[in-house]
Design a protein around this ligand. Structure first.
Ligand code: SF4
Length: 465
């Protein structure tokens, strides 16, 4: 007899990674169309938690019509060995366990959750959130026996979601602030997480005090707590080993464990760089740092930004170029908290390399942007395309402008003719920040390849008669 016999749909690890398209959706909870959504775990004293209880505040699944609704998941747990430090870790497992439910898709985390329930599963009987509560309680208690009592509250009432959203945001900020001040050099171990391998099989998050997890939900302290309570779970300790490169952030211990956990796919990682061997990106990063070759700097775009970035691409397209557990030069999944770190894109010059970001993100991290850079970084309110971006950066004398000048001062290219039909430049995902130079001075022409990685079946270069 299975522990899910009374649940009207299947529950199992095989449903992890299941995607539900809009035409197949019965209802969407949270997601990009609604402002208020969250998931939060709180540790309580045993007398404050009624074990096994599920509360639904607002309309239940069967009472909702197709559409997108504000949504909150509020879980209270109690147990002798539980403390506040474990809240973030338990919270991150909501994503995994919800995805075990057939026809129930859970994406992202914290204030960004996005849930879809399929029509098929509702037809099979998944018409109430009380079933989801039961599944969560059973999975959490069997996988993490440290949880002795658990009570789940689902909120669909828009006013109540908004009310609790404030508490959630304050809790996240408190957790994040705790890790600030601790440096990577000060600790002996980092932590790794492979929770997202169901979506991106070669992805391994490396969580350090100064490089928060991509999803923004697991700090170094959370990693440490998770590895302690569930040593065989998806979060594990990484002995740093030797630091080979302090600027790019390369450690022997990180390379070894990432290679092993990625099945040999990823052999090296530069923790503080978006080029060369960047940290992989799964799909639930909070934001993308994307290289803009025209201005030799990075734009940042977060998940909630609905407009187009100055290069004409929206978050979704940039995220597609970034995700999948790959190391993509110049396309880098990051958390908002990482932007508050001194190591933020350190190898590329940190904040001096940032050339654009949405106003909402700038507002969140403004206290961490060096004062001299604040007015040099435009938002969607200042520029909307590359030409405007160039003009803005030039007018404010942004540090990247100095790089353009170096380029102008270089000797002119004499002649380089290529056959356009037989060469194919890679799409932007392959652009690199490290200038690649190739020249043949004795042959009477010179080619400079800068900020480009070109893959071509055949290149023909002819001297013009
Ligand atoms: S983004 Fe990274 S830290 Fe967050 S759940 Fe996925 S693998 Fe773990």
């Amino acid at each position: 007899m299975s522990m899910f016999d009374d649940i009207p749909v299947d529950v199992g690890v095989i449903y992890e990674g299941e995607r539900i398209r809009w035409p197949d959706t019965y209802v969407e909870l949270g997601g990009p169309k609604v402002e208020y959504k969250f998931e939060l775990v709180k540790v309580r004293s045993p007398d404050e938690v009624e074990d096994g209880k599920t509360v639904i505040i607002g309309p239940d699944i069967k009472d909702l019509k197709k559409g997108s609704y504000p949504f909150g998941i509020y879980i209270e747990v109690a147990g002798r060995d539980l403390d506040e430090e474990l809240e973030g870790v338990i919270e991150r497992r909501i994503h995994e366990y919800c995805n075990y439910i057939e026809g129930f898709m859970h994406l992202n985390q914290r204030y960004d959750i996005w849930i879809r329930i399929s029509k098929r599963s509702v037809e099979k009987g998944l018409n109430s959130l009380k079933y989801v509560g039961k599944v969560l309680q059973r999975l959490f208690k069997s996988e993490l026996p440290i949880i002795e009592k658990m009570q789940v509250t689902f909120i669909t009432d828009p006013e109540k979601v908004k009310e609790k959203f404030k508490e959630a945001m304050e809790t996240y900020e408190k957790r994040d602030a705790k890790a600030r001040g601790l440096k990577d050099e000060d600790v002996e171990a980092f932590y790794g997480c492979v929770l997202c391998q169901s979506f991106a099989p070669t992805h391994v998050c490396v969580i350090t005090p100064q490089r928060y997890s991509n999803c923004g939900a697991i700090s170094w302290f959370d990693g440490r707590a998770a590895a302690r309570i569930d040593p065989k779970g998806p979060v594990f300790r990484i002995n740093k080993g030797e630091c080979i490169d302090p600027i790019r952030g390369e450690y022997t211990g990180v390379n070894e464990i990432v290679k092993m956990k990625s099945g040999g796919e990823i052999k090296r990682v530069w923790l503080y760089s978006a080029f060369g061997y960047p940290h992989t990106s799964c799909g639930c990063f909070e934001a993308v740092a994307f290289y803009i070759p025209e201005v030799e700097g990075f734009g940042i775009v977060h998940r909630g930004f609905a407009e187009k970035t100055p290069n004409g691409l929206p978050f979704s397209t940039l995220a597609d170029s970034t995700a999948g557990g790959r190391q993509v030069d110049g396309f880098h999944g990051i958390s908002i908290e990482y932007m508050r770190s001194e190591k933020f894109l350190q190898a590329e010059g940190g904040w001096k390399s940032i050339v654009w970001m949405p106003e909402a993100v700038k507002e969140k991290v403004k206290d961490f942007i060096p004062k001299e850079m604040i007015d040099k970084i435009p938002t969607e309110k200042d520029v909307s395309n590359i030409e405007e971006l160039k003009k803005f950066l030039e007018a404010r004398n942004h540090p990247v402008v100095a790089k353009w000048k170096v380029e102008v001062e270089k000797p002119p290219v004499k002649e380089a003719v290529t056959a356009p039909t037989e060469t194919a430049a890679q799409p932007p995902v392959t652009v690199t920040a490290m200038p690649v130079g190739a020249s043949a001075p004795s042959g009477g022409f010179k080619i400079i390849l800068k900020n480009a990685k070109i893959h071509a079946r055949r290149v023909i270069i002819r001297r013009r008669e």
